[in-house]
Write a protein that binds this ligand. Structure first.
Ligand code: NAD
Ligand code: DAU
Length: 336
């Protein structure tokens, strides 16, 4: 299979490419990535196993909104897995229209190309399209109504609607996966867990938005990759697959565990300004996907997993340090 991976230099894309290389080595991969602040040229080169010259992964620096480039690439591939997006909620509050343009129009450009060249398409989406839950609601299912809250999540919801419309109107062979919060290596230091780990590594306290009672349902990025692969290769045209690991924790619980790992008192944290429109809780019921694709998450965000991640960030300071100062500068300006 010749596979085009958009956003393959971002957090999940990088891990997905590495996962496919490990478990499906016959697949020939092209990465299309604009290398925004969220990507790292070096992401795909850590361990020295991959370069953009030779090897079985080709890296193209380009924008998913560039229709000519996208058509040229799609035409010579059998399938597209679409990760590329502006992905951070806090940033979407500052630059909403950029999120609309990349996440909605960019997805539209890709859909037009897969339609023109009859290429299989898998769209990677997020549980945030459903909005949030109370602490007592049952988890999201396929039947949950779309109720997004932020510019980011509403742009992802719009993209999902485009995919379904292209399936129905044009017969595009597409699937969608909707996943909960990912953790794992290569996640940008703007995101919750890497931010707290790197603050602690630099000797500063973690920073909690508001009360810290907000709950996220955490899944290891490798479980996400396996789910995307299962949907790409075994999914039914037009179907949506929910991916989650039944691993819900409040932000405060995650930070307490990190403080335990660092041997610091649990009170050693800062409560900072809350996110505008902050969703209270996300949770996924993955049972339909497990039954239909035979996929199941294998990890939960327990102490050992966080400890492993702390070791990873500790050993990769050269990777994240250059990103840290600019990221914290943005947070400081928001009082966070
Ligand atoms: P990320 O921000 O780490 O990576 C996004 C990648 O897309 C970057 O490499 C960036 O350079 C690239 N990109 C951005 N705009 C582009 C453009 N116009 N053209 C080409 N490339 C562009 O994001 P992530 O956390 O890896 O998320 C990847 C996908 O998974 C997103 O679609 C996101 O909505 C979805 N998702 C993320 C999570 C999560 O927990 N992180 C959970 C569920 C779904
Ligand atoms: O649910 C899937 C989504 O998960 C993905 O679609 C998004 O791309 C991804 O960024 C993530 O969105 P969240 O907004 O849930 O993730 P974030 O890491 O920004 O924040 C997680 C929680 O931690 C959220 O409740 C806000 C809180 N938070 C975040 C930061 C950065 C803090 O309390 N302190 C912080 O410093």
């Amino acid at each position: 299979m010749r596979l085009l991976v958009t956003g393959g230099a971002g957090f999940i894309g990088t891990n997905f490419v590495r996962w496919v290389r490990q478990f499906q080595p016959e697949v020939v991969i092209t990465v299309l990535d604009a290398y925004t602040y969220a990507a790292q040229g070096r992401n795909l080169e850590v361990d020295g196993w991959l370069t953009d010259q030779g090897g079985s992964v080709r890296v193209v620096r380009g924008d998913i909104r560039d229709a000519e480039l996208v058509h040229d690439l799609v035409r010579v591939h059998d399938a597209v897995v679409h990760f590329a997006a502006e992905s951070h909620n806090d940033l979407s509050l500052d630059r909403p229209l950029e999120f609309v343009d990349v996440n909605v129009r960019g997805t539209g450009v890709l859909l037009e190309a897969v339609r023109a060249h009859s290429v299989r398409f898998h769209h990677v989406s997020t549980d945030e399209v459903f909005g949030d839950l109370t602490l007592n609601d049952p988890p999201f299912t396929r039947l949950s109504p779309y109720r997004p809250s932020s510019p980011y999540s509403s742009s992802k919801a719009s993209a999902d609607h485009l995919v379904r419309a292209w399936v129905r109107s044009y017969g595009v062979n597409a699937t969608i996966s909707i996943c909960s919060n990912n953790y794992g290596p290569f996640q940008h230091v703007e995101k919750f867990i890497p931010r707290q780990i790197t603050e602690l590594l630099e000797g500063r306290p973690p920073r909690i938005y508001g009360s810290g009672r907000n709950v996220r349902d955490w899944i290891h990025v490798d479980d996400h990759s396996a789910g995307v692969w299962a949907a790409l290769t075994g999914g039914a045209m037009g179907q949506t697959y929910l991916l989650g690991a039944r691993s819900e924790f409040s932000n405060l619980e995650v930070v307490h565990t990190l403080l335990d790992i660092f041997g610091r008192p649990r009170t050693d944290l800062l409560q900072v300004a809350d996110r505008a429109g902050h969703d209270l809780r996300y949770a996924i019921d993955p049972s339909d996907t497990e039954g239909e694709l035979g996929w199941r998450a294998t990890s939960r965000l327990i102490y050992d997993e966080l400890e492993r991640l702390v070791h990873w960030y500790d050993s990769q300071q050269g990777w994240w340090m250059p990103l840290k100062q600019a990221t914290e500068g943005r947070y400081l300006a928001r009082g966070q």
